[in-house]
Design a protein around this ligand. Sequence first.
Ligand code: GDP
Ligand code: IMO
Ligand code: MG
Length: 420
Amino acid sequence: MAGTIVIGAQFGDEGKGKVTDFYSDKADLVVRYQGGNNAGHTVVVAGKTLKFHLLPSGVVQGKRILIGAGVVLDPRVLKKEISDIGSKGMDLGIDPRTHIIMPWHNLLDEGREELRTTKKIGTTKRGIGPCYADKAERIGIRFEELVEEKRLQQRIREVFPVKKAILEKVYNIKVPFGENEVFDEYNALGKEFRKYLCDVSLEVCEALENRKEVVFEGAQGTFLDNDFGTYPYVTSSHPISGGVTTGVGMPAAKINRIIGIVKAYTTRVGFGPFPTELTDETGEHLTQKGNEFGTTTGRKRRVGWLDLPMLRTSMRFNGFTELAITKLDVLSGLKKVKVCHSYTVNAKEIKYFPYSNKGLEKAVPNYREFEGFEITGKEKKYSELAKNARAYLEYIEKEIGCPIKLVSVGAGREDTILKQ
Ligand code: GDP
Ligand code: IMO
Ligand code: MG
């Protein structure tokens, strides 16, 4: 039995796509279990860049890929991703319980953001929040309904007039499509995708019983978790490791490996607290060298130093069994590299992330400074990394209390160093 979860330890975009691809070579199944096409996961193989929003990154290694019940699925995006990858050899299963993003969800997402006078979240406008809200409200449309004409028609008939009224009367947004139009398009998509219907919970649990390897690819990051992130500046699902059990329908005890993906510094897209944010020339170095522009929306990512109070808290929420540090090469060339080791809040030193944004506003980061280092891109072994780079990594390891097993020094699959 071997279930491995790949988790974003920070605010997303840590390199989950790259690490999932790397560890998918030995996997039998690669599974997405939360979030939707708000995610943007990049895999670079033989100089070719592939970006996925919905399909698990394991598709690159030709593995069977599954979309679990906890995902919200936009069928238009699925159609495009399948066509981009070419369906040749693609082996996909979708859980019947998966909720469907309907075109009104995108409009509601935009409308809600427009109406927020303060506390705009800066969502990806992919309809994620409104779709999860419908699920919680028990009026969502599930994949099992999308693929059955009569049931789909009945559900659209029930839901469409309500959504149209809300959009037009509350949000003042003219709905540019009619009920029949939506039915025709989504019924056609449902017919096309019917072949992917699969009880993902059953398939995953049987695979694990039969000692198969399953990689669970998390989306977003720990501090975007709906409960444990910097609420309300969060997403609507559960990116922390616990999300895998409810997102797949499986017991936690079946997971034996939880990999925390940590970018060697911090980035964030959208609004919300960011104690170690840099807006100076060092920030500019990270933005440019790290090419820190969103994979999904193209927005410039905010950048800052690595934050250990955040990562210690991430360790507590997720129970990482190992860490993968990515984008170490981006720090190369800086004279000094800083790490926030604690905060001072009301004249008191604290080592964890405050539970509220109110606390975070008062948090002043305390930094430890490291000498800079160069990464040449030729390093293949951990021992070949510059001494100062190793000192930086070993400090992180010690402070978080979790071993680093992988260090990434470039976007390509080959730019990956395993640490014994
Ligand atoms: P994800 O959402 O966690 O999968 O991460 P994204 O794909 O959104 O963002 C990570 C970006 O960094 C992508 O463009 C990757 O190709 C790139 N990347 C991943 N690892 C490394 C690395 O070690 N070095 C560099 N320079 N780029 C990397
Ligand atoms: P991956 O999987 C980074 C952010 C958005 C916004 C907030 C809520 O590529 O790491 P949403 O559309 O989910 O309602 O937006 O969450 N966000 C991400 N930031 N990486 C992601 O995914 C993200 N998915 C959502 O920018 O601040
Ligand atoms: Mg991303």
